[in-house]
Ligand binder design. Structure first.
Ligand code: BYC
Length: 314
């Protein structure tokens, strides 16, 4: 698809709110942008299992252990839907995975921070999954059908993730002075990195304009961030948590909460690989990938034999 006329027809389909499906004609750049963004999303879900997985054996009760185990398994499922959805664009999963393990593909900055106490698990559920819901509810309206449908399903599960985190945090915030301190400390550490999840300011976001024109994103990074802060201010107040931003103020004119300067130097340093846990996360994922090679080989061989058997029988 290259001619002016074809590009115009494609844009008309987008503007009419039609979904683009895998076998439809699409500009090469649209396909490339989707592969970049969807695979980054898939890698994030998989890397995102590490900070919480670290606490499964130390969850404070059987109930909390079961909830955390279920949540971490859900994240694996999200990664798998998203890799499958990316494969509908002609990408090979192995290439995508190897590009982030040994190449330059990105994953969400948020997973490069450590989980120091159990309160971090509560805060990941509340803030990180809360931010993911805001971002992915928008992506569930994306112009690319498989990505939109994957996000719809993911959001249903994220909603349980956020609720369990908020419920635990509310309990901790009304517990002993020590528990209250732990809860507040975790919020203080995760607040700014969570705001960074939405990406750079719109003025520094090279991809946003194109993605919005093609309906892949339907809201900008800043619009989503403002929406998220508005929701979190109320939720924090309801459980007696203070958000660590002295500049947080309600703006009567805009009807939104204004907030302070995001530490962008920290964001870019994490994105470039120099965050507190970047090396550790990549090391853990490489180890799992390399140690799991025999499982992939066995599954491929099993599938080949099944196919041969089915062909002989038909
Ligand atoms: N971290 O032009 P921009 C979860 C990069 S997991 C790292 O604004 P775009 C969960 C960006 O890639 C859900 N990199 O980009 C799992 C670009 O670089 P490249 C995670 C970032 O695409 C387990 C450059 O900066 N969610 O919920 O328009 C447990 C310029 O940015 C980040 C997703 O992955 C970042 N935060 O917008 C718990 C959502 N931000 O690629 C929870 C899907 C920006 O040009 N992705 N960069 O080299 C998106 O919505 C969009 O891709 C972004 C960025 C908003 C992230």
């Amino acid at each position: 698809m290259n001619t002016e006329q074809e590009l115009k027809q494609f844009q008309e389909r987008i503007d009419n709110g039609e979904k683009i499906e895998p076998k439809d004609a699409m500009p090469e750049r649209y396909r490339k942008q989707l592969i970049r963004m969807m695979s980054q999303h898939a890698h994030s879900e998989i890397v995102g299992m590490l900070p919480e997985g670290n606490w499964i054996t130390r969850a404070p009760s059987l109930k909390r252990k079961m909830v955390l185990l279920a949540k971490v398994q859900d994240e694996a499922g999200h990664g798998l839907y998203l890799y499958s959805a990316t494969e509908t664009l002609g990408a090979r999963r192995q290439d995508l995975v190897e590009d982030y393990l040994y190449g330059s593909a990105k994953y969400s900055s948020i997973f490069n921070y450590p989980t120091l106490t159990y309160a971090d698990i509560c805060v990941i559920g509340w803030l990180v999954d809360g931010a993911a819901i805001v971002n992915q509810t928008m992506l569930a309206k994306s112009s690319y059908g498989p990505y939109a449908r994957a996000n719809l399903r993911i959001c249903k599960e994220e909603s349980f993730h956020k609720k369990q985190g908020y419920e635990m945090l509310a309990k901790m915030a009304s517990g002993t002075p020590e528990q209250q301190k732990m809860a507040q400390d975790a919020v203080n550490r995760w607040w700014w990195p969570t705001l960074m999840m939405f990406g750079p300011h719109d003025s520094d976001s090279p991809n946003s304009a194109e993605l919005i024109r093609w309906g892949v994103k339907t809201k900008t990074n800043d619009e989503l961030r403002v929406h998220f802060v508005d929701r979190m201010v109320m939720e924090a107040e309801a459980i007696g948590i203070t958000l660590p931003d002295p500049d947080l103020r309600y703006n009567e004119e805009t009807g939104h909460w204004d907030f302070g300067l995001i530490p962008w130097d920290e964001f870019w340093s994490v994105v470039k690989g120099d965050g507190p846990m970047n090396r550790e996360r990549i090391r853990a994922r490489r180890h799992a990938y390399e140690e799991g090679a025999w499982v992939r080989e066995a599954a491929t061989e099993y599938a080949r034999k099944q196919r041969l058997r089915a062909e002989k029988a038909s």
